[in-house]
Structures are given as structure tokens and as C-alpha cells.
Design a protein around this ligand. Structure first.
Ligand code: IPD
Length: 264
């Protein structure tokens, strides 16, 4: 498939960064048996991945700014463009040798998401999206699933863990969804959860307390696949509030109703 120039740059950076990740992942699998585990090793891998991505993107577009999970905000000189990067989304999976994590790169122009790449280097699944041009998985055009009933839907979610988020609220929300949906999944990488909604593998996804780098590329992916992504409690600013709900139009409304009941 012929990519636009900007997607070429983004895919090239993701592929380059993926080689050391694959090598490190093999090492992580060996480190599971050590008492300390691979956590420190993975932190280094995260940082190295971020450096490779930012170097590649900077070479191609020297005036653009960055928002990155490890290094934070680095303003650009053009004041218009910003790369939003999670070098390894799904770090906990990575640490535990679970091959479900991704490089996530979003590009914003004047505050609007215009391009996104999500790449799982282990399964070699490459998701790309460009504003107004659709979303694709390894060259196959994506559409969100068209199921209309929650009773038929598989819903992905994020579970707040130790020291994070409102556990009680989550328990009441999952209770409501559990009573209505065909199945619930917690896979551990928000960018891939959104990509799975875009690909019609999951019918909906909700999670609270995410960061912009977890969301940028995935939000565009779902929108370009014809889905709806908004803040759980209303409004289009999910990327800034971090509380995200994604689905087709019909299921979005049903999910929002259940999550609202969960809050009462
Ligand atoms: C995490 C993953 C996970 C979500 C967490 C995120 P990270 O990102 O997306 O699915 O539940 O809230 O922090 O830390 O692995 O980049």
C-alpha cells in the first residue's frame, strides 16, 4: 500500500524502533525466572524506543514538537504540530512476557489529530489512520463492528490497579456492563483496545484516567473506521480528560447509559 509522506515517516520510525524491542522482549521472557524480574531492563527499553522514535521523527520534521510518555512535553518551533508518543503502551504486559503491547504515535496539527500509527512488533500488526482517509490494518480497510445490541457485544475495558483511579466506581461500572454484554475483556494496552474497536474485533471500549499518549493514535483510528469516541460523561475532549468511551453510534449510546447508571 502506498502511504502518504507523513505516514511513511511514522511507519518507518515505528518499524526501526521495533527491532530492538523484539530483541528485548526475548530477553524479558528469560528474565521472568529471576527474583528481581525484568522491570529495570524494560524501563531502559522504553526509553531507548522513545529515543529512536523521536530521533527519526525529528530528522524528518525538525520543527515539530513532542509529547512523550518518558520525556514529557518538548515544544516545537512551528507551534502547529505535535507528535504524541507512547513508546511501549502495555508496559505491564511487556514486563510479564505477554506479547500484547504497541508503539503508538499520533500527530496533531493545530490541536486536531491528523495521523496515527499503532504497531504491535510481536504480532506484526500495523494499524494506520489519516484524517479523512480512513483506517487500515496491514493494508485492510477498517470499519467498526455493526452489532447493535449490547447482548451481542464484546466490550474491552481498563481496570484501575494498585494506586490508580477510583476502584469502587470501576466495580459499579463493570457490574452494569457485565449484566448486559456478551463478554468483557481486559487486555492491557489502551492503544490496541482502540485499534481493536476500529477493526471490529471489540464492539466497545471504556477506561478512565488514561493519558494523551495512550489515546491519540487510537482515537483517530476509531473515528476513521466510522466509530464514535468521546468522554464517558459527555463531550468530545476524551483525549484531555482521559476518560474514554469508543463504539459504533448505537452501542455508544447504550454503553454511556450503563456507565451513567454505574455512577449513581
Ligand atoms: C497503560 C495501558 C493500560 C491502561 C493503563 C495505561 P502504559 O499504558 O494502556 O491498558 O490500563 O492505564 O497506563 O503505562 O503501559 O504505557
Amino acid at each position: 500500500m502506498a502511504y502518504s509522506t507523513i505516514l511513511n515517516v511514522m511507519v518507518g520510525a515505528a518499524r526501526k524502533a521495533s527491532r530492538p524491542i523484539r530483541r528485548d522482549f526475548g530477553e524479558v521472557e528469560n528474565l521472568q525466572v529471576s527474583v528481581k524480574g525484568p522491570a529495570n531492563f524494560v524501563t531502559k527499553s522504553d526509553k531507548r524506543t522513545e529515543d529512536i522514535l523521536s530521533n527519526e521523527l525529528q530528522k524528518a520534521r525538525p520543527t515539530y514538537g513532542f509529547l512523550m510518555e518518558e520525556s514529557g512535553e518538548i515544544p516545537g518551533t512551528d507551534g502547529q504540530h505535535r507528535w504524541i508518543i507512547d513508546p511501549i503502551d502495555g508496559t505491564t504486559n511487556f514486563i510479564h512476557g505477554i506479547p500484547h503491547f504497541a508503539i503508538s504515535i499520533g500527530l496533531e496539527r493545530a490541536g486536531t489529530l491528523v495521523a496515527g500509527v499503532i504497531y504491535n512488533p510481536i504480532t506484526d500488526e500495523l494499524y494506520i489512520a489519516e484524517r479523512g482517509r480512513g483506517a487500515f490494518l496491514n493494508d485492510r480497510r477498517l470499519r467498526v463492528a455493526s452489532r447493535r445490541k449490547l447482548a451481542d457485544a464484546v466490550v474491552a475495558c481498563g481496570i484501575p490497579h494498585l494506586g490508580r483511579g477510583d476502584h469502587e466506581l470501576f466495580r459499579s461500572e463493570i457490574g452494569k456492563v457485565q449484566a448486559k454484554a456478551a463478554g468483557i475483556r481486559r487486555m492491557g494496552a489502551a492503544s490496541l483496545d482502540l485499534a481493536y474497536v476500529a477493526a471490529g474485533r471489540c464492539d466497545a471500549f471504556w477506561e478512565r484516567g488514561l493519558s494523551e499518549w495512550d489515546l491519540a493514535a487510537g482515537i483517530l483510528m476509531v473515528r476513521e473506521a466510522g466509530g464514535r469516541v468521546e468522554d464517558i460523561d459527555g463531550g468530545s475532549e476524551a483525549m484531555h480528560t482521559g476518560n474514554v468511551l469508543a463504539a459504533n453510534d448505537e452501542l455508544f449510546t447504550q454503553m454511556q447509559k450503563e456507565l451513567k447508571i454505574g455512577r449513581q
